[in-house]
Ligand binder design. Sequence first.
Ligand SMILES: Nc1ncnc2c1ncn2[C@@H]1O[C@H](COP(=O)(O)OP(=O)(O)OP(=O)(O)O)[C@@H](O)[C@H]1O
Length: 691
Amino acid sequence: MEVPSIPAKKKAKTNGMVINKWNGKAYTRRYYEILEKRKSLPVWAQKEEFLQTLKSNQTIILVGETGSGKTTQIPQFVLDAVHGHEDAEKNNGKWLVGCTQPRRVAAMSVASRVAEEMDVSIGEEIGYTVRFEDCTSSRTVLKYMTDGMLLREAMADPILRRYKVIVLDEAHERTLATDLLFGLLKRVLKNRPDLKLVVMSATLEAKKFLEYCNGAPLMKVPGRLHPVEILYTQEPERDYLEAAIRTVVQIHMFEPPGDVLVFLTGEEEIEDACRKIVGKLGDQVTVVPLYSTLPTAMQQKIFDPAVENRRKIVVSTNIAETSLTIDGIVYVVDPGFAKQKIYNPSNRVESLLVSPISQASAQQRAGRAGRTQPGKCFRLYTEKSFNNDLQSQTYPEILRSNLANTVLTLTKLGVDNLVCFDFMDPPAPQTLARALNDLVYLEALDEEGNLTRIGEMMSEFPLDPQMAKMLIVSPQFNCSNEILSVSAMLSVPNCFIRPRGEAQKSADEARAMFGHIDGDHLTLLNVYHAYKQNNGDSNWCYENFINQRAMKSADNVREQLIRIMSKFNLKICSSDFNSGNYYINIRKALLAGYFMQVAHLDRTSGHYLTAKDNQEVHLHPSCCLDHKPEWVIYNEYVLTSRNFIRTVTYIRGEWLVDVAPHYYHLSNFPDGETKRVLEKLFKKRGSHIPK
Ligand SMILES: Nc1ncnc2c1ncn2[C@@H]1O[C@H](COP(=O)(O)OP(=O)(O)OP(=O)(O)O)[C@@H](O)[C@H]1O
């Protein structure tokens, strides 16, 4: 593609008004106000240089400090440069500029900001797509999206035909999807000389990108709009949560007005901190939590302006770490920890563990202050610790993840030889082998590693491979309707509201009413059915402590999954509710997807052991089972003070032999109590014991 020089601004004047070329309307006063601010951002000083570099190169690496204007401005510069003379209407979806973000909150909020800056409506000329939500139209010319969504698009359109320019933002975060996009785009660029790639990163890892994108020019954008003062503690803190709360109180007492952003590690800790801050400061402050499982509308509350004379305190996980501008934030409190994914391929356990953040993360966090005015960042660790103990970069996600989904994606993308794929950091062979193995067990790949018909279908579902498999086989168990509902419920934030204080008991009682004797998956199904029977009534939700927004999302997700099922002519069916098999069929279908996530009760110790890997696990406190069945299936492995399994359902041992004999094949089963029990089961069935 020949990138034309920036077209001279078309000043179609009507009655002295300048018309917005994207929507044909006169610019509002707000547009000009924002434009003045935009022009003061550091990237503006290098707009010409950037456009020239873009014109003469296929790939550019751009590094800039947080707040220099990369995320909001660069895609707009690109848009101006590639814009032909057709307006958005005429373009009719023919071409696009895409900008990826590692996190959905950022993709959504940055898109809104850019729509405001361009004086157009969000979802029209500027849009976003995140998993299960597409806010774009045929007029869209600039699309912000999560990196995972672009990867999905590549599955349907491997050369990303519609894109003229792709901007990979926050590349230094090294998320799994961004890393895969790197490798993929490298191939696509070779086949599409007209496509351009802009890689944007915070300063630190530029060297690595330069080596990887051999020959691409590096452009540096120095400076930021407002300064951020960094303060460290003199001594290490023993309890970071307590220290964070204390710091918030001190900021409130002694610092001038300005809102506060506190980084903590997870939902429970955040809710706990919010309660304690309110306990100490009462209605002098407005405290707003932010974490990924909070429904979108609740997440948006962080952007509500603070009530007059009240300081706003946002308590968030690291999802607020990059790309987000929360107007009014002056102070950042950074205890230096985050939950990070870790994966152990030898026992297939992927879990989240609270660990120290990297220097790169710390800088991103500090960068959330000083965006719309000067700021301060309180690091709750010593300067020495920052310099000596924190790793400079966050360890790439690809090196600490279960890669089953990745392997499925790459296979679908036509990458036959994974070992030859140009990974920036190649994953451990053991992890790749494990992923391949799991996909063979799930029948997504054949023994030669080729995608099967089931694998083809699985790759179309935006779900983990096990859930996709469960959906695909559910018609065989005559319960696809129910499995759709369970999958939808598992894909949205927790539907149970559990307020602190007096209402907690009533909430627990309400939840118990939905409890199903056989476990949590069926409890979720009960909630979904009850919600539908009550026509999604908001009073019903309120009275039953059910999160209506989560339920609405579940409905939406379910519709999307139905569309994918229909595409493959997968039957939507149910067993007779009054038949004895209604729930049995559902539990068997659950097992047909999650047969690798089964635990067996060890009668002597009273603990569960995961099948095959013999890891000791415990039922999570949220589990609704009132007894300990011999065999259970679980949705998630949670590593905290103990190893917990969460969202658990009772299954029968014989079903393992019926539903997944290939996995429970005794020849590759480690010796121990579980194997002995399985041997008995095989014998009881009269089936030949596979050796
Ligand atoms: N929603 C918003 N409200 C007010 N100002 C905003 C908003 N979004 C962006 N800005 C302004 O634009 C500046 C640049 O934001 P942008 O996200 O483009 O920076 P960036 O260089 O990508 O930083 P980062 O890497 O931290 O995301 C912000 O510091 C802020 O001054």
